[in-house]
Design a protein around this ligand. Sequence first.
Ligand SMILES: Cc1cc2nc3c(=O)[nH]c(=O)nc-3n(C[C@H](O)[C@H](O)[C@H](O)COP(=O)(O)O)c2cc1C
Length: 346
Amino acid sequence: MLYSLSRPLLFALDPETAHEVALAGLDAAAASGIARLIAPRVRSSPIDAMGLKFPNRVGLAAGLDKNAAHIDGLATLGFGFIECGTVTPRPQPGNPRPRLFRLSQANALINRLGFNNEGIERFIANVQRARFGPKNGNVLGLNIGRNFDTPNARAIDDYRACLKAVYVHASYVTVNISSPNTAGLRALQEPGALKPLLSGLKAEQAKLAQKHGKYTPLVVKISPDLESTDLAMIARSLIAHGIDGVIATNTTIDRSMLKGSELAQEAGGLSGRPLTERSTSVIRALAAKLDGAIPIIGAGGIMSVADAKAKIDAGATLVQVYTGLIYRGPHLVAEIADALASVPGT
Ligand SMILES: Cc1cc2nc3c(=O)[nH]c(=O)nc-3n(C[C@H](O)[C@H](O)[C@H](O)COP(=O)(O)O)c2cc1C
């Protein structure tokens, strides 16, 4: 109801301003207690994955709350888990505006934000301030990346620094090597770069687990633009290195599914409806290769209950949404969580 009233106003604003206004509104509603009164009641349907207990299968995908500054507001929408970031060690402004585009006819977004964020220190301070998180039994994923000016040869230093900082505060940590908006980042998915990165991070995770007496799962987030042979190699690497889970997928640089849209040629990652089928087929191929070894978190163009079910049918254990929230509104979370509650657990 509130969303249908505010949507025309939000869509009249440029997308990045609309984003800020919507999150400020959500924070105010959460702080004043209004959010709790109007919050959807989501059916509890606990599911175990990666040694964590998720109250339902629907999560918030990374990138909506890059600085972890709106966790408690977002938590009122009924998510089974929330992922914040991508955060980099040092603050960075990202690319010049405009860098976020609404392709309304196509129910899609193109973004080339470029990991705009306030850096790891502010991020951790925000996470610590939030009520929602592992300290209160909630599942909070923290998504880490490298600064735009750190070369891939030294990327491990950035990921390691972020992993150390987020480790105790996270339910799981996502290693983002699939954003198209940081030059060269996706090359970290290639075997020569992936193997040393994963073994370095697993070694650090082992040290941190020892030090803190707590095991925080490591998850890798992959691109939808991988060839089948790349996918097979990645699946083998994830298993060989003992990675705990995989998120499929990030946004695509492909535009073949966007005919006739005047913004189609904007550079960046495409999300929403045009990505639905492609990310589902990546999940299906990945599931065949992983054969149940580690769970898949399915993301990419989930705009409806049917889209979420298709991801689960393809082999995902959990799902995440982002662009669907913009086009369908926050009630999508409860709608999907309730529908998936009747799907038998793994
Ligand atoms: C504006 C925007 C910013 C994003 N930023 C990030 C990010 O910082 N890190 C990340 O791992 N994914 C990021 N993503 C990708 C989403 O987490 C998700 O994987 C992708 O958009 C596909 O899901 P969707 O079609 O439901 O949006 C971003 C997506 C959008 C639309």
